[in-house]
Design a protein around this ligand. Structure first.
Ligand SMILES: *[C@@H]1O[C@H](CO)[C@@H](O)[C@H](O)[C@H]1NC(C)=O
Ligand SMILES: *[C@@H]1O[C@H](CO)[C@@H](O)[C@H](O)[C@H]1NC(C)=O
Ligand SMILES: *[C@@H]1O[C@H](CO)[C@@H](O)[C@H](O)[C@H]1NC(C)=O
Ligand SMILES: *[C@@H]1O[C@H](CO)[C@@H](O)[C@H](O)[C@H]1NC(C)=O
Ligand SMILES: *[C@@H]1O[C@H](CO)[C@@H](O)[C@H](O)[C@H]1NC(C)=O
Ligand SMILES: *[C@@H]1O[C@H](CO)[C@@H](O)[C@H](O)[C@H]1NC(C)=O
Ligand SMILES: *[C@@H]1O[C@H](CO)[C@@H](O)[C@H](O)[C@H]1NC(C)=O
Length: 804
């Protein structure tokens, strides 16, 4: 049955309505009206109102209507708050590109190019590159529909959402894109989309009734046999649901076990509604779960605790393996794998399986939130149980041989032991919390870590990360000679570190990368473990790994302020030590933008160090690494405004220093990457040459123009100290870079600033043609901007170029 059949006419009609505006227009008309006919909707809705359902209907409707029309492209995204990390802006955009490229009869050249370029160099395409390919691909269609569900669940903290959204909007203005998005109420989107067509989704009474009609037969026999009773049930549920579609299902589920009229009526009277309705409904579901026979109750609680506590979404197979583990057994008994349907059934409607991704999850984000809050009440000890299960899994006989010797062998291991990767990567995260209050668990973990084979197999599972599709030997690059102390320190499990040390394990052994347990604890910010290790007096606080990085350097680069402080206070570390690339802890902290750590390091002369062993020197604010790059240069490149400010305030840094590899100044790095605030700060110092050239003769303006950073271009032009038309060693000008990359706004700015419009040179016309082509403007339009009437033969040139 299709979704359209399962859900009600009004919802469907709404979806049709949204399409109708376009469907009745012929392609010709449509194209004519295109510029003012962009459909953009936001469907803010209360939780559980059925937004995702509507999105699905829309996608299905679009697909069935247009699937054999090559001129119409459809792409959709379902954002999910549990997949925030992988759903970053690049991946979201790439997903749109993939869907639209695939629908073309042959793979578009731009996409092929993008793939080949990055496959060869083993890199990932940048946001801009994906965006450009996406634009070209969209241009191959006469219209494109992009449907996005749950924009509000997309990651905010890394700025993905904002960047992604503004990219979508700019696609809308540049190309023929119809955008359709849903979001929860009360998010900032209401404002962002204020100019768009917007509809609030509420499940209407009619919708809820239709749903109930289809499901009423799941109720006990005495209800099935009485139409009157059915009407009564429907009436009460509709009243309690009040627009929240999800509740209809939960309420219905809550009645399925009622065996008498009296019990049914009592339950109907007490159906929760209003803002706490979900909590009450979930609580009721849990009470029902606890009312099942003991085996089912236990199974349900295990399922719910795994799904709630898992550090990432689990596939059905992963969960099956997790539930089949028997502690103390040497392997997984296939006969012990539970049936997926049973898992879903015993959970009283709280759990569902995404058919596309095969991920098993809670029905709704409100469910996840509910269990986060109440997990201690429903399944205390869940973290401990999960830790034990992971460890039991990682101790299976088949891992006895330790780490795998080839990628093929490793991949085979991951494939045939579906929980292996999850367990290896997360046992310690689960254990970290649980061990603190559970001594026996600590002992179990320590026993596990005492065995070399256990440690080497699971640390390979932890560190083997494929960085690109053809990344060979990735499983072999993981550090070897890792001890249990290393792993416990990595995850920050203090009591286990202590237990191992008590058992004569070495506190300061180096793995094959030269990292010690202290180095790992510092890298991951585990203050208590750092303290413990330092107190043993058996560790070298300042040991260097193979890359020359000390624990301080690691803690600084990861921004772990408390650990940095601890290490500095020992008086046994060199605060300004250089690694093999010449980077100091300050340089690392500046590069990564850790303001508090930068501040700490700049104040080292004030740090109270242990006077008996006085190694804590003063940090040099302006030291250069092997490429001649200073902390200021790193901070500028990455746009860390606060750090730039701190460094400038010291009065001890050369503001305009050039590195020796590229000859770029901090200003040039900031301009290249579009960091407007930093560019402003640097220009204000009056100590920078705004137009200095790097080793290839390129200026800050040239970089900013190439990358389309309009505001930075403006800032630089306003100084009146930059040559708008300067040529680099390859004779390229800022204008030619902007033209080549289709940055229309920058092209216009540069033309306006340039009395001769850059067309006096031999290839001036070619540049203009390129600009016109890449900005979808005509050359005339661009020339009008700079006030020059175009010579007549330009038309000939242009049509030749564009082939029409
Ligand atoms: C958001 O993305 C960043 C960077 O990818 C990641 O570190 C962070 O954990 C994500 N936030 C959430 C809540 O997933
Ligand atoms: C945790 O394990 C104990 C002992 O095996 C068991 O009684 C309890 O039900 C488990 N808890 C959960 C949430 O699985
Ligand atoms: C792995 O650790 C477990 C204890 O959790 C132990 O019983 C098992 O023997 C260890 N495996 C190996 C290969 O030593
Ligand atoms: C790893 O440890 C073994 C045994 O302790 C030792 O023989 C070997 O040299 C170490 N390998 C490296 C690369 O340090
Ligand atoms: C420790 O370093 C400080 C500042 O660098 C210096 O003034 C002091 O004399 C040193 N103390 C000893 C014992 O070397
Ligand atoms: C670029 O030109 C400058 C000045 O003419 C020259 O010093 C520099 O070596 C050139 N760079 C390259 C990479 O050729
Ligand atoms: C160049 O543009 C900037 C800002 O757009 C403006 O302030 C400046 O006066 C212009 N210079 C010339 C020569 O037109």
């Amino acid at each position: 049955m299709t979704l359209a059949h399962r859900f009600s006419a009004p919802l469907l009609a709404l979806a049709r309505l949204l399409l109708a505006q376009h469907s009745h227009t012929s392609d010709r008309e449509f194209n004519l009206k295109l510029t003012n006919l962009l459909l953009l909707c936001i469907l803010p809705g209360i939780p559980g109102a059925g937004k995702t359902i509507l999105t699905s209907i829309l996608v299905e409707e679009l697909t069935s209507r247009f699937h054999d029309n090559e001129n119409i492209g459809i792409a959709y995204l379902y954002c999910n708050f549990r997949r925030r990390e992988e759903q970053n802006k690049n991946n979201l955009l790439a997903s749109l590109l993939k869907q639209l490229a695939r629908h073309q009869p042959i793979l578009p050249e731009v996409v092929k190019d993008l793939y080949n370029r990055h496959d060869a160099q083993r890199t990932r395409p940048s946001f801009d590159e994906i965006s450009r390919s996406l634009q070209s691909t969209i241009a191959m269609y006469s219209r494109v529909f992009i449907v996005i569900d749950a924009l509000d669940e997309c990651n905010v903290s890394d700025g993905s959402r904002t960047t992604f959204l503004s990219e979508l909007f700019s696609l809308q203005t540049k190309c023929t894109v119809n955008l359709f998005a849903t979001s929860r109420f009360g998010t900032e989107f209401s404002a962002i989309f204020s100019n768009s067509l917007s509809l609030e989704i509420r499940a209407s009474e009619h919708d809820v009734r239709r749903f109930l009609d289809g499901h009423i037969l799941a109720l006990p026999g005495f209800v099935r046999r009485s139409l009157d009773l059915q009407e009564e049930v429907k009436g009460e549920i509709v009243k309690a649901v009040d627009g929240m579609f999800l509740l209809a299902k939960l309420h219905l589920d809550s009645l399925s076990g009622k065996k008498s009229l009296k019990a049914l009526r009592t339950a109907l009277k007490n159906l929760p509604s209003g803002s706490d309705a979900y909590d009450s409904a979930y609580k009721d579901a849990m009470v029902r779960i606890e009312g099942q026979i003991a085996d089912e109750e236990e199974l349900a609680k295990q399922v719910l605790s795994w799904i709630t506590c898992a550090k990432r979404p689990l596939t059905t197979t992963e969960l099956q393996h997790a539930l089949a583990i028997e502690t103390g057994e040497s392997k997984l008994d296939q006969d012990n794998l539970p049936d997926i349907e049973d898992l879903v059934t015993v959970c009283a409607g709280l759990v569902t399986v995404d058919e596309q991704s095969n991920i098993i999850r809670l029905v709704h984000y409100t469910t996840q939130e509910y269990f986060r809050r109440s997990q201690g009440q429903w399944f205390p000890g869940a973290e401990a149980n999960i830790t034990e299960s992971c460890i039991a899994y990682l101790s299976f006989e088949m891992f006895l041989q330790g780490s795998c010797q080839t990628d093929e062998e490793f991949e085979e291991r991951v494939q045939s032991n579906q929980l292996f990767a999850y367990a290896a990567q997360n046992w310690g995260h689960h254990g970290c919390m649980a061990v603190t209050s559970d001594h026996d668990l600590g002992v179990t973990v320590a026993d596990f870590l005492k065995k070399e084979a256990n440690v080497s197999a699971s640390s390979q599972g932890l560190f083997a990360v494929k960085r690109w599709s053809g990344d060979s030997r990735y499983s072999q690059r993981t550090p070897k000679n890792i001890t249990g102390v290393h792993l416990a320190a990595y995850f920050g499990i203090k009591s286990v570190v202590q237990l191992l040390l008590d058992n004569a394990f070495e506190a300061d052994s180096q793995d094959t990368d030269g990292q010690t347990p202290l180095s790992w604890a510092a890298e991951n910010g585990h203050e208590t473990v750092v303290k413990l290790l330092l107190k043993t007096d058996k560790v070298e606080a300042d040991s260097k790994d193979n890359n020359g990085q000390t624990p301080l350097s690691w803690a600084a680069s990861r921004g772990h302020e408390a650990v940095v402080k601890l290490l500095l206070q020992t008086g046994e570390v060199e605060a300004d030590s250089k690694d093999n690339n010449g980077q100091t802890p300050l340089s690392w902290a500046a590069e990564k933008g850790h303001e508090a750590v930068v501040k700490l390091l700049l104040q080292t002369d004030k740090v109270e160090a242990d006077p008996k062993d006085n190694k804590t020197d003063k940090v040099e604010a302006d030291s250069k690494d092997n490429n001649g790059r200073t902390s200021l240069s790193w901070a500028a490149e990455n746009g860390h405004e606060a750090v730039v400010k701190l460094l400038l305030q010291t009065g001890e840094v050369e503001v305009d220093s050039k590195d020796n590899k590229y000859g770029q100044t901090p200003l040039s790095w900031a301009a290249e990457n579009g960091h407007e605030a930093v560019v402003k700060l640097l220009l204000q110092t009056d100590k920078v040459e705004a137009d200095s050239k790097d080793n290839n003769g390129r200026t800050s303006l040239s970089f900013a123009a190439e990358n389309g950073h309009e505001t930075v271009v403006k800032l630089l032009l306003e100084t009146d100290k930059v040559e708008a038309d300067s040529k680099d060693n390859n004779s390229q000008t800022p204008l030619s870079f902007a033209a080549e990359n289709g940055h229309e706004a920058v092209v216009k700015l540069l033309l306006l600033n340039n009395s001769d419009c850059a067309i006096e040179s031999d290839d001036g016309w070619a540049v203009m043609e390129l600009a016109a082509f890449n900005t979808h403007n005509s050359v005339e339009q661009l020339l009008v901007t700079c006030g020059i009437p175009e010579p007549e033969d330009l038309y000939g040139l242009q049509s030749m170029f564009l082939g029409n």
